[in-house]
Design a protein around this ligand. Structure first.
Ligand code: GCO
Length: 474
């Protein structure tokens, strides 16, 4: 990182925010006619989540709405990204609309607007209505059509005041953690299903973009992708090939169709024998998927370094942390990549390497390879071993350093000419971290789960001051 002794300003209009997701914070899963989602089913499956944690109550945001709106106002970030729970709006995933579910988001949007905060709804953050999973879920084409209907309902109800819309959050996770690795809902372990889910998630994205534009005059639509630079552990051709396959699965499988209207040739070949796999692609789908976007959301946490399974001994000898055996999960066993860790980089409690410069590299690569629409970093942040000190304060200097260094890396990308328009910290509140349950805290605000009490951490004050200064302090 270049040493910066002077404060560095963000461009005029640069949009700061925080981001959350419905199942992770809302709780009140039975309230006001909400239906069941695949995450209710999955989190209640014995052994699926750490300590058997579920989102039944979690941060209890549904019942702390006004308090949380005041926290958002107190932070002073001009935008807030949240997700809409499909099963609140359409309890069965299709058919009747549950007005009381929509009313919650109406109250949220109105509360934000009254406080001068721009609402940025995400239509899907993984909580698929269970009845749609029961008839096939994302590997089934019909789910894309149902999502388009749902998108039109939400856009019609929350527009015209809401202008910036995210269709999907991290479709890689929904497809590959959910249908190939089986560590997220619905817990399937089948690569062919994950490929088909990928396609229908992307198809539904394109259809939702059309629905948003039809319903919201002046609406801006984008998708939010989890992206990570992938590095080979060495210059050996087998490691290079492993890194290229990982990059294909994690990054290009989503960037290429959305921004170029085609799937990467190497991934088409790699998954050619999988059923139903890419066999679900129909004429015209890729045109829909590549519907021009108003922005691209990039979620960044860290890079990924891999070696080939036959190169583990060499990687170990080179000083990397290498697992004892090649992964046996369906995703990585099939990709033939082994995740390794570079000893010189610190890791968060998620075991994710901290390398802020990788964000600069990623933003430059997306710009150079894809000529994308304006970019927003829609998620960035870290889990930390936070605790309430005896004086009642939660001090998280590690998180402050992480946010500061990544904002610096983002400014480096802007200096290099990349059009980055905003940054959203993940997350406003401590919350249900999916299969990790409540064991990982990502919030700028501590949540005491038994009582629902909120304590802004020191990172909250730091972020507030940074937003106010519109500059990174030296
Ligand atoms: C994500 C997720 C969040 C996670 C966060 C930390 O989109 O991956 O949006 O739900 O909590 O990324 O793992």
């Amino acid at each position: 990182m270049p040493a910066n002794r002077q404060s560095r300003s963000f461009p005029e209009g640069f949009l700061f925010g925080t981001k959350t997701s419905a199942y992770q914070i809302e709780g009140s899963v039975d309230a006001d006619g909400r239906g069941v989602s695949i995450w209710d089913t999955y989190s209640h499956t014995p052994g699926a989540t750490r300590h058997g944690d579920t989102g039944d109550v979690t941060s209890d945001h549904y019942r702390h709405l006004d308090e949380d709106l005041d926290l958002i106002a107190g932070l002073g970030a001009p935008a807030f990204c949240f997700s809409v729970a499909w099963p609140r709006v359409q309890p069965l995933g299709s058919g009747p609309v549950n007005q009381r579910g929509l009313d919650f988001y109406r109250r949220l949007v109105d509360g934000l607007l009254r406080r001068g905060v721009t609402p940025v709804p995400t239509l899907f953050h993984w909580d698929l209505p269970q009845p749609l999973q029961d008839v096939g879920g994302w590997p089934a084409r019909d789910t894309a059509g149902r999502f388009a209907d749902y998108a039109a309902i939400v856009a019609g109800a929350l527009g015209p005041e809401v202008k910036m819309w995210v269709t999907h959050n991290e479709p890689w996770c929904a497809a590959w953690l959910g249908y190939a690795l089986g560590v997220h809902a619905p817990g399937r372990r089948d690569v062919g299903l994950a490929v088909a889910a990928t396609h229908h998630l992307l198809l539904s994205h394109g259809l939702a973009v059309q629905a948003i534009r039809a319903a919201v005059p002046g609406g801006r639509a984008g998708i939010d992708l989890s992206l990570m630079p992938t590095r080979p552990a060495s210059a050996h051709e087998d490691d290079l090939a492993a890194a290229r396959r990982a990059d294909g699965n994690l990054n290009r499988l989503f960037l290429d169709p959305v921004l170029r209207g085609e799937y990467p040739a190497d991934m088409l070949a790699h998954y050619a024998a999988r059923q139903p796999g890419f066999g679900v692609v129909q004429d015209g789908d890729l045109r829909t998927i590549a519907e021009p976007l108003d922005f691209l959301g990039v979620n960044f946490y860290g890079p990924r370094t891999v070696c080939a399974p036959n190169r583990m001994a060499e990687a170990r000898a080179a000083g990397y942390w290498v697992p004892a055996a090649p992964p046996e999960d369906p995703l990585n066993a099939d990709l033939r990549d082994v995740e390794v860790h570079r000893p010189e980089f610190e890791r968060t409690p998620m075991d994710w390497e901290i390398e802020p410069a990788a964000l600069t590299e990623l933003l430059l690569r997306v710009r150079d390879d894809y000529a994308p629409p304006p970019l927003y970093v829609l998620e960035n942040g870290m889990a930390n071993d936070d605790y309430v000190a005896p004086d009642g304060e939660v001090r998280d200097p590690e998180r402050i350093a992480y946010l500061r260094d990544h904002l610096g890396a983002l400014l480096d990308a802007i200096s290099a000419g990349v059009d980055v328009r905003g940054y959203f910290a993940w997350s406003l509140l401590d919350n249900f971290e999916w299969a990790n349950g409540f064991s990982k805290r990502f919030g700028l605000v501590w949540v005491d789960y038994p009582s629902g009490a909120r304590i802004p951490k020191s990172s909250f004050a730091w972020y507030r001051d940074t937003i106010r200064a519109h500059a990174l302090a030296p």
